[in-house]
Ligand binder design. Structure first.
Ligand SMILES: CC(C)(COP(=O)(O)OP(=O)(O)OC[C@H]1O[C@@H](n2cnc3c(N)ncnc32)[C@H](O)[C@@H]1OP(=O)(O)O)[C@@H](O)C(=O)NCCC(=O)NCCS
Length: 358
């Protein structure tokens, strides 16, 4: 038994924050951000993660021709879950009316969607469920330290989902290599979120990001490069067999370094980091959906999806696309209108952080 990808959908909030917007309140420039990261703009969400996920999921389910009531499992990959308990996925289950589903969250930072896919794939392949909705989504803007230019220029909000269904054809995930370079655990830490800080002496959500960019860069390239080599070797395949690499989108230079290591030309690499920045768990599914929309995924395409995140978790997934690259149906689901610009939203978040709400 295998788990084919039969549906896909994304939901990006409409408000665009450009590099020039950031330069209005940070000592930074479009030139610095573009040359060091490849990022030109990112999205800022006017709604919570629950709403982005609801819309992305309804689009993915329509593409698969499945009703919410058909869904047997929801696995939600995210680091920005809205409540400690209950989990994010059960909130999505309620919003969708997916009453028959089991629901779980997976948090491995930026690799969360891919680890969620592994989890759902395993439960389908072992016969526990016959289908699953796998979501990767983040609203990072709410807990960003906007005045810290080392991190605030890098991240953005977004969400996407895929639907997996049991099949006897050898499609979907063919293999994955998962790991965690725990020696780098201290190189990306978000202080101020989580039970460690619930000591009533500080305001939860007022974060301090510990972020050693060059150290993460080095470990990310090494981890993703090795994971790709291992997952291909386990299947007796070479990088030349891969039709499209859909990597985690943190930094264009990291993507180029991994491609160089794999000896894959950039024409066979999906890149959209310039439009969205690093959306953590959402980057890979959004890039996958956009690769489909752009006709870059064909029937039978072999896809390689490497990623890394805080932990430092790393992974590479190898997937064979099935026969269908067009959605079976579309959904009318939309986000509510957004009345503020991205810059206005960010300024409001900074005021909240300063305790000057209003
Ligand atoms: C963060 C990153 C873009 C920095 O690029 P870099 O080329 O390594 O740059 P450095 O860290 O050496 O910083 C160079 C200078 O730019 C400055 N700088 C940092 N952020 C800046 C910004 N937004 N605007 C302008 N200058 C900035 C630094 O202060 C430093 O100044 P100094 O030389 O006077 O000390 C890069 O290391 C990176 O992408 N790392 C991976 C991080 C990542 O993706 N994490 C996500 C985990 S999922």
């Amino acid at each position: 038994m295998h788990a084919a990808i039969t549906g896909w959908g994304k939901c990006l909030p409409p408000a665009v924050l450009s590099n020039a917007d950031l330069a209005q309140f940070l000592d930074t420039s479009d030139e610095w951000i573009t040359s060091r990261t490849g990022i030109r703009e990112r999205r800022i969400s006017h709604v919570g993660l629950d709403e982005l996920a609801r819309v992305a999921s309804l689009r993915a389910l329509a593409a698969a021709g499945l009703a919410p009531a058909d869904v047997e499992l929801i696995v939600f990959g995210t680091t920005s879950f809205q409540d400690q308990a209950p989990n994010q996925s059960s909130g999505l289950q309620l919003a969708l009316g997916a009453t028959r589903a089991a629901s779980m969250d997976v948090n491995t930072a930026c690799t969360s969607f891919l680890y969620a896919w592994s989890t759902a794939n395993a439960l389908i392949r072992t016969g526990v469920v016959r289908n699953a909705l796998v979501v990767g989504g983040e609203v990072i803007s709410r807990f960003m330290d906007w005045r810290n230019r080392n991190v605030s220029v890098l991240f953005g909000d977004g969400c996407a989902a895929i639907v997996l269904q049991a099949t006897e054809a050898e499609t979907g995930l063919l293999g994955e290599k998962l790991g965690c370079d725990v020696g780098g655990r201290g190189s990306l830490v978000i202080e101020g979120m989580g039970a460690r800080y619930a000591d009533f002496s500080r305001r939860l959500g007022v974060t301090n990001w510990i972020f050693e960019g060059p150290e993460i860069f080095k470990r990310a390239v090494g981890g993703m490069g090795q994971a790709c080599a291992d997952v291909l070797a386990a299947r007796g395949l070479a990088a030349t067999d891969v039709d499209l690499v859909v990597p985690h989108q943190a930094n264009l230079r990291i993507i180029e370094a991994v491609a160089k290591r794999l000896e894959v030309p950039m024409e066979r690499v999906m890149v959209n980091v310039q439009r969205y920045g690093n959306m953590s768990a959402a980057t890979v599914p959004v890039a996958l959906v956009e690769a489909l929309e752009e006709g870059r995924v064909k029937a039978g395409s072999l896809l390689l999806l490497p990623a890394f995140g805080a932990g430092l978790t790393w992974c590479a997934h190898l997937a064979r696309w099935g026969d269908r690259v067009t959605p079976l149906g579309t959904s009318e689901a939309q986000l509510p209108p957004c009345s503020q610009s991205a810059l206005e939203q960010v300024r409001a978040l900074m005021r909240l952080r300063d305790g000057e709400a209003g």
